[in-house]
Design a protein around this ligand. Structure first.
Ligand SMILES: Cc1cc2nc3c(=O)[nH]c(=O)nc-3n(C[C@H](O)[C@H](O)[C@H](O)COP(=O)(O)O)c2cc1C
Length: 158
C-alpha cells in the first residue's frame, strides 16, 4: 500500500469535533475527540475511537460511563482547551463551566448539546479502542451548526 495515498484517502472522511468526558465519582477525565459515530438505532448506540494509553480510556474502562459534548461552529477555542490534561476547579473543567449529568459525567454548558452513555462494549485493537456506548440521556441547550473538523485545519486520522 502507498502510505501517502492511504493518508490522503483516510483524511477525506468527514468528522465533527466533540469533548468526551467521564468520571468514576472521584476522578474526572475529558478530551477532544473526532472519531465519533452513531452505530445503531435500537438500542441507540454510538462508537468512539479512544487512545488506549489515555487517562480518558482508563477512566471510561473503570467507570463504564461517558458523555459526549457536541461543539458548535465557532467553538474551536473550546476544542483546543481539551487537548490538555484535565483540570477541575469549582464548577469548571479546563476553565469551562459544567454540570453533572444523570450518569454523573460532566456536561459542558457552553456547548449546544450533549448525550450520556453507559459502556456496552470496548473493542481493544490497535492504538485506539472502539468504545461502544448505549445512549441513556440527551440534552439540547440550543440549536446550532456543529463544528466540522475540516474547517479547523486540524487532522486526526490517516
Ligand atoms: C484534532 C485532534 C483530534 C483528536 N481526536 C481524538 C480522538 O478521536 N480520540 C482520542 O482518543 N484522542 C483524540 N485526540 C487526542 C486527545 O484530544 C488528547 O490526546 C487526549 O485528550 C489526552 O488524553 P489524556 O490527557 O486523557 O491522556 C485528538 C487530538 C487532536 C489534536
Amino acid at each position: 500500500m502507498d502510505e501517502a495515498l492511504k493518508k490522503q484517502a483516510l483524511r477525506m472522511i468527514n468528522y465533527g469535533l466533540y469533548v468526551m468526558t467521564s468520571t468514576d465519582g472521584k476522578d474526572v477525565a475529558a478530551g477532544t475527540v473526532n472519531w465519533v459515530s452513531q452505530c445503531s438505532f435500537k438500542p441507540p448506540l454510538v462508537m468512539v475511537g479512544v487512545k488506549g494509553d489515555s487517562h480518558l480510556h482508563a477512566l471510561v474502562e473503570k467507570s463504564r460511563r461517558f458523555a459526549v459534548n457536541i461543539l458548535a461552529d465557532g467553538q474551536k477555542d473550546l476544542a483546543n482547551d481539551f487537548f490538555k490534561p484535565t483540570q477541575t476547579s469549582e464548577g469548571t473543567l479546563n476553565g469551562r463551566p459544567y454540570v453533572a449529568g444523570s450518569t454523573g459525567c460532566p456536561l459542558l454548558t457552553d456547548t449546544p448539546a450533549s448525550f450520556e452513555c453507559r459502556v456496552a462494549e470496548i473493542v481493544h485493537q490497535g492504538d485506539h479502542s472502539v468504545i461502544v456506548g448505549e445512549v441513556v440521556d440527551a440534552h439540547v441547550r440550543k440549536t446550532a451548526e456543529p463544528l466540522h473538523m475540516r474547517t479547523t485545519g486540524w487532522f486526526y486520522g490517516g
